[in-house]
Write a protein that binds this ligand. Structure first.
Ligand SMILES: [Zn+2]
Length: 58
């Protein structure tokens, strides 16, 4: 199984994506700590997550 390692848009560091990641899930970059949103899983696309969102309850 080939696993792609996407790069952080902030620092170009490699970002580990959990195997069970879903689109629109947030991950954080191990290099710079930025929150990143998974925009697309195939191919993997990351974007900086908005700083504050009001959807705390889930
Ligand atoms: Zn980063």
């Amino acid at each position: 199984m080939a696993s792609e390692t996407p790069l952080c848009p902030e620092c170009d560091g490699e970002v580990e994506i959990p195997a069970d990641a879903m689109e629109n899930e947030l991950v954080s970059c191990a290099e710079c700590g930025m929150e990143l949103e998974i925009m697309n899983l195939d191919p993997l696309e990351l974007e900086l997550a908005p700083e504050v969102e009001e959807d705390w309850g889930e």
